[in-house]
Write a protein of this length. Sequence first.
Length: 410
Amino acid sequence: MTLGDGAIDYVNLVLAVGRHDANFVDAYYGPEAWKAVAEAGEPRPLAALRAEAQRLLEGVATVAVNEGEAIRRDYLLGQLGAVEAHIARLQGHVFSFEDEAEALYQVRPAPVPEAAFEAALARLDQILPGSGSVQDRYQQARGKVLVPVDRVDAVFQAAIAEARERTRKHATLPATDQFRVEYVTGKSWSAYNWYQGGGRSVIQVNLDLPIAMDRALDLAAHEGYPGHYVYNALLEQRFARPEPEGRGWVEFTVYPLFSPQSLIAEGTANFGIEVAFPGEERLAFERDALFPLAGLDPAEAERWARVQVEMKTLAFADNEAARGYLDGAMDRAQAEAFLVKYSLRTGGQAAQRLRFIDTYRSYVINYNLGEQLVRDWVNRKGGTADQPGRRWEAFVDLISSPRLPKALGF
């Protein structure tokens, strides 16, 4: 077996597993013939697919490689290991929350004590105006920064345009750089980037629940620039495309969602917001451009920015709710109550998040823990907040490389 042979078999394996799990193949832009074969006839049995994954793992592991090929082999081994674990789960194997996260994303999420959340709530108690519970006051403050539905598109398009302009100064985007925005309902997620290949994307925004001002910019940068769209476009340019433009590594024509690649993708998409809009620059853009465009009072921007600092800590409540719920320590009502208490969601928002956990399970760690790990790695590379140029360099290096969490020391 060569790495090229293993890569072709890996792509076809991922497509075949996608017949058993509609959420598994996040993107595919390889040969149409391969997709047609995967979709023809009855799905291949899971037992046969798992045996194929194990065969590929053994074969790729024994391929002799030079220094330049080692990173490719490590990528294939990491992705194949996750595919094999996901097939096992589809067969009925029950992983603990931590075991599943490690098997799929190469990190083992340590528990976050409730004391950390209580401390963040205590700080919010000092920031939020008015009297009553922190939950009530948070929702009252949030109500003042909700983007009216009829202005969501204008705000979102302005945020994307600014994020794109900032990203273009540091990353070479495809000449075909283009996307369209669609507004949808009935989803368990708040937004999704569907990369189409060829430098094209569809970004869908879920309007089931009101969108607060901070989420407008978050979604624009996370799903678009320098987040998912740029990540996928750079990997396609540098690796999937045939030589001499790229390297012709066909494994990059498919993206299995439940794999180590997702921790990098989600972690960089979240941290990329901070890279593109650091500190006071984000506050200034939201206050001076987006708040007026949404018809909101710019005077609310600074306080809301301070609230969002504490929400970074409370974001880890998603992990603990998922841990308790998936491991059986919490029932549905208890998990929703935990999210209401510690992530300050409304009951409806908590129910939506638990629907996400029902579908995507331990995937939730990729957002908050992924962001933390990516930030730490970029900082170690000299990309600290006081070195914005170096921060962009390290960030772009990461999103245009095939390195997985294990290779980064996560």
